[in-house]
Design a protein around this ligand. Structure first.
Ligand SMILES: [Zn+2]
Length: 312
């Protein structure tokens, strides 16, 4: 029987699950509501139920489940699979022994990691990063997440928490960040930050959605263009520090805004980087800046790949 794993992408609104083969083929995918308001114990029971139902389901698809991978918001202690830092979208989730519970329920090896790390792994194995063994992956969303992929694996640091690039301070005493510090990159480069940038410029509420802002900027509306240029400059400001830290061959940028705006956004970030990155880091080969490819499936595919690697 072919090897496969169950990948689970746990978000504040939905839980995405998929059975993925070793070759990255998504055989079965489903989505259920997280309903985090029911509390962490109910959520843990729900995940355990999904995992145990998937074992016989895999059999009907002609594959054998060799492991379960779970990407969750917050910080994860990788060795134990325990969630240590929770976010507002999953109240009470901190402290949950997620890995141990799912292992007990299914008898399978379990890999648990931060959701952005799982997305990066998906892109590394079967998406935009597959050309490179080492690259930088950044997700621009409500927050700014990131990951350094080294030798097709997530670089985790001592406990697995590395890669919180969004909380690098780019402006001392700057804007207030969701983490409580001031001046974090996330407070400037998240999609939420883009909207507040437009609001500060006095733009009307109906003009503030990212789609609308970019549509106006593409149509050469001066006000929107200034906001978008400024925003892309902030993205590049954070990337500049990371390029000088990691000397990457490539940067994979993900998140709905990149998927929607494609080259218009990437070109602006690229040209800002041309000015801010020291020449040796971008020659003789330029740093490749590319959009993520797997979209909403990346988290499920990456979690499954992490599980297969754990089971090896
Ligand atoms: Zn922060």
């Amino acid at each position: 029987m072919n090897r496969a794993a169950l990948g689970i992408d746990l978000g504040g609104t939905n839980i995405k699950v998929g059975i993925v083969t070793e070759q990255g083929e998504l055989l079965h995918e489903a989505k259920v509501a997280t309903e985090s308001w029911q509390g962490p114990d109910a959520l843990l029971a729900k995940l355990a139920g999904i995992a145990s139902e998937s074992v016989p389901l895999a059999g009907t698809l002609g594959v054998r489940l060799d492991g379960v991978g779970i990407g969750t918001a917050g910080q994860v202690h990788r060795a134990s699979g325990q969630v240590l830092g929770a976010t507002a979208t999953l109240p009470g989730w901190a402290g949950m022994p997620l890995g141990a519970k799912i292992r007990e329920e299914t008898g399978l090896p379990v890999a648990v990691d931060n959701d952005v790390n799982m997305i990066a792994l998906g892109e590394a194995w079967h998406g935009a990063g597959r050309e490179w063994a080492d690259f930088l992956c950044i997700a621009l969303g409500t927050g700014v997440g990131g990951c350094w992929i080294a030798d097709r694996s997530v670089y985790g640091g001592r406990d697995g928490y590395a890669g919180e690039f969004g909380h690098g301070i780019i402006h001392m005493d700057g804007k207030l960040c969701s983490c409580g510090n001031k001046g974090c990159w996330e407070a400037y480069a998240s999609v939420t930050a883009l909207q507040s940038l437009a609001r500060e410029r006095g733009m009307q509420e109906q003009q503030l959605s990212p789609e609308e802002l970019f549509r106006s900027a593409r149509a050469n509306d001066m006000e929107a263009l200034e906001v978008v240029d400024r925003y892309c400059g902030y993205i590049a400001a954070g990337l500049t520090g990371l390029v000088h830290t990691f000397n990457p061959a490539a940067i994979v940028l993900g998140g709905a805004i990149v998927a929607g705006q494609g080259d218009f956004l990437l070109d602006k970030v690229r040209s800002a980087l041309e000015h801010s990155v020291m020449p040796a880091f971008r020659s003789p080969e330029p740093i490749r800046l590319v959009a993520a490819e797997l979209g909403g499936h990346a988290g499920v595919i990456g979690a499954a790949m992490a599980a297969l690697k754990t089971a090896e």
